[in-house]
Design a protein. Structure first.
Length: 192
């Protein structure tokens, strides 16, 4: 694909636009380049994609601050390339931050849990992903959980507190556990 893009660029077949953005401290130049209908691979019947890239440079010294490229099946033009790149950057951010959270924020995703003969590793992975899903839903939907996560900002601190409390006390529900923690931390309970 990049052989096609580079050849088209040399022939003037790659479109582009540049916009100036202010980041609060200095100006940045956001340069978009794009081309439609290039083969993804060199094979007999290749999949054709639309390619775009964004390069952000510091306008003071020309230093590259960000560079990434994306492929899509959506048609690219001066009117659509910015929105496509925003969507691509957002998707990358969600995936990257989700994986980072699973690896470094208490879920221990980096361990493969390769125990057992058949399905134990996949089962343990499923439990990790279910826990992450539940915590994400609680973070979006439960005011008490949100309050506790704000008070105990570091995720490992929150998990350590949960681990200690549930080791020594039995709670009938998450709500009861959250209320106990809110009282213990002397937080103002959220209004219902």
């Amino acid at each position: 694909m990049y052989k096609w893009v580079n050849t088209l660029a040399a022939l003037g077949g790659v479109s582009g636009l540049t916009r100036r953005q202010w980041n609060g401290r200095f100006g940045e130049l956001w340069t978009y380049r794009y081309v439609n209908d290039v083969p993804l691979r060199a094979e007999a019947d290749p999949l054709h994609v639309n390619w775009c890239e964004l390069t952000i440079t510091d306008e003071r010294d020309g230093r590259v601050l960000y560079h990434n490229a994306f492929v899509t099946n959506h048609a690219l033009s001066d009117d659509t390339v910015v929105a496509i790149v925003v969507a691509g950057r957002t998707r990358w951010k969600v995936e990257n931050e989700g994986n980072n959270t699973l690896k470094t924020k208490g879920y221990h995703f980096e361990h493969n849990y390769g125990h057992g003969q058949r399905h134990l590793a996949a089962f343990l992975l499923t439990l990790i992903l279910l826990a992450f899903l539940c915590h994400t839903l609680l973070d979006l939907l439960n005011a008490k959980y949100q309050l506790l996560r704000q008070a105990l900002a570091a995720r490992h601190t929150f998990f350590d507190d949960l681990r200690a409390l549930t080791r020594y006390w039995v709670f009938n529900s998450w709500e009861q556990l959250f209320e106990f923690m809110i009282r213990g931390l002397q937080l103002k309970p959220p209004s219902a």
